[in-house]
Design a protein around this ligand. Structure first.
Ligand SMILES: NC(=O)c1ccc[n+]([C@@H]2O[C@H](COP(=O)([O-])OP(=O)(O)OC[C@H]3O[C@@H](n4cnc5c(N)ncnc54)[C@H](O)[C@@H]3O)[C@@H](O)[C@H]2O)c1
Length: 446
């Protein structure tokens, strides 16, 4: 089948290359000409395990094309996927300008039947409004006899395991208003549905809301555990023991129950804000989600409070080693990453930072600029040399079982602020460390 993928970010590039891998021919369109040129030269602009191989192989085989020309992609394809960004506006709502810009572009250049599939995360009603926009452009060209359909297929891939998630999805949601559309998309997605039926078809509005509902539910679990973790710190309970205790309950399950510095990234914060904001336009108050956001923001402050308390409020002139900068492991994405807030707060307090991340340092440097108070190092132990303490921010596997004896010789004082509950408090105490955790009770702070 012939597919046009508009937007070649995390979602667009992964989706396009996974479709190409199934033998489809895919045109990837992006307005960012530098990105398109990089892709044409075989360079992948993002870090995503497994992606590079698939992109290179399919580009070489002629299944993947990269262009800035929307008309080329649209005219060559039956399916037009819209996978552009939907960032947050100042009032919390979604900025849909890129989605509608693409919709207008499609209407301006389509020349035969097309199925326009929105893949960007969008508020209820957007997909049908995309259809209206295409229709208006066709009317302006006096081409109202050109037929098209719209559909919504939310994307549930996770950065860091995006290729695997796309190839083996838990479910594929198709939001369609008629059976012709549903059948076309079922056919396209059939290679991912072979081992067991995973396709769910539903009305467009339900599909649009399903995406927000999934992210909101997961964020709620995280904030619930974080709120509980704060209480654990007060009463001497251990949130890790509680996690195991409740995760073993089949009604609850074990995923997304980790207390820590809270969620970040390009999706959870944005999608919660968008759902709260769009509901508010109907005078509907998502009070649960407002609390989820508040708890999430507070977690970063909690860790900072522990740092301030340990150093009796005086951070000026101190240096902190930071392990991990990306918002989660296995990605270079730093959007809404807790590390950014922590670095800014430490610098504001007069401290300096030496940071190590396996892949995300360059992106942080782009956001925070060249600043003598922030040093980026190439190796995890190098960050520790003469630092007053280590702050573990992102739980990359390389940080899980470090050489603690070596760490003790490098740090000025053996103090660790474990923002992700990676270390065993009993073991670290035995090795002479002062360990601060996120809710592992008083024994974490002895
Ligand atoms: N990143 C994720 O993990 C994830 C997961 C599920 C859903 N989503 C949703 O998917 C959408 C895309 O997210 P992303 O992380 O891939 O975004 P991104 O910012 O990484 O990529 C968006 C791309 O769209 C391009 N673009 C913008 N306007 C364009 C236009 N008019 N024509 C062509 N290209 C254009 C940009 O240049 C950019 O390359 C968002 O709505 C997001 O919420 C993201």
């Amino acid at each position: 089948m012939r597919i046009c993928m508009v937007g070649t970010g995390y979602v667009g590039l992964v989706t396009a290359s996974c479709f190409a891998e199934q033998g489809n021919e895919v045109w990837c369109v992006d307005v960012d000409s530098e990105k398109v040129q990089q892709l044409q030269n075989g360079q992948i602009p993002i870090f995503e395990p497994g992606l590079q191989d698939i992109v290179k192989r399919n580009a070489a085989e002629g299944n993947l094309h990269f262009t800035t020309d929307l008309a080329e992609g649209v005219r060559n394809s039956l399916f037009i996927f819209i996978a552009v960004g939907t960032p947050t506006l100042a009032d919390g709502s979604s900025d849909l300008q890129y989605v509608f810009e693409v919709a207008r572009g499609i209407g301006e250049c389509m020349d035969a039947y097309k199925l326009v599939v929105v893949k960007s995360t969008v508020p209820v009603g957007t997909t049908l409004a995309v259809g209206e926009t295409v229709r208006r452009e066709l009317a302006a060209r006096q081409q109202t006899d050109l037929d098209f359909d719209v559909a919504f297929c939310p994307e549930f891939l996770k950065e860091g395991s995006a290729v695997e998630d796309f190839m083996k999805p838990d479910r594929i949601i198709i939001g369609a208003e008629n059976s012709r559309v549903a059948e076309l998309l079922k056919e396209l997605y059939s290679p991912f549905n072979m081992r067991e039926p995973r396709i769910l078809t539903m009305r467009v509005a339900s599909a649009e809301l399903s995406k927000y509902a999934a992210n909101s539910m997961l964020a709620t679990r995280i904030s619930f555990m974080n709120e509980l973790a704060g209480y654990c710190d007060l009463v001497g309970a251990d949130i890790e023991e509680i996690r195991r205790g409740i995760g073993a309950d089949s009604r609850i399950g074990s995923a997304f129950l980790y207390a820590g510095l809270g969620y970040g990234g390009s999706c959870f914060p944005k999608d919660l804000k968008a759902l709260i904001g769009t509901a508010a336009t109907r005078d509907y108050d998502f009070s649960i989600l407002r609390a989820v956001e508040e708890v999430n923001q507070r977690q970063r402050q909690r860790l900072l409070d522990k740092i301030r308390q340990h150093f009796a409020g005086d951070l000026a002139g101190r240096r902190f080693a930071l392990w991990g900068l990306s918002f989660k492991p296995h990605t270079d994405d730093i959007r809404e990453a807790p590390a950014l807030d922590l670095i800014r707060a430490l610098l504001d307090a007069g401290a300096s930072v030496t940071a190590f991340d396996p892949v995300a340092a360059a992106n942080v440097r782009k956001v925070l600029g060249d600043n003598p108070a922030i040093q980026y190092v190439q190796e995890r132990y190098e960050a520790l040399r003469d630092a007053d303490a280590l702050v573990l921010v992102t739980e990359w596997p390389a940080f899980r079982k470090p050489d603690f004896d070596r760490m003790k010789t490098l740090l000025k004082q053996p103090v660790i602020f474990d923002g992700r509950n990676q270390y065993d408090p009993t073991q670290l105490r035995r090795q002479g460390f002062t360990l601060y955790t996120m809710g592992r009770g008083r024994h974490g702070q002895d």
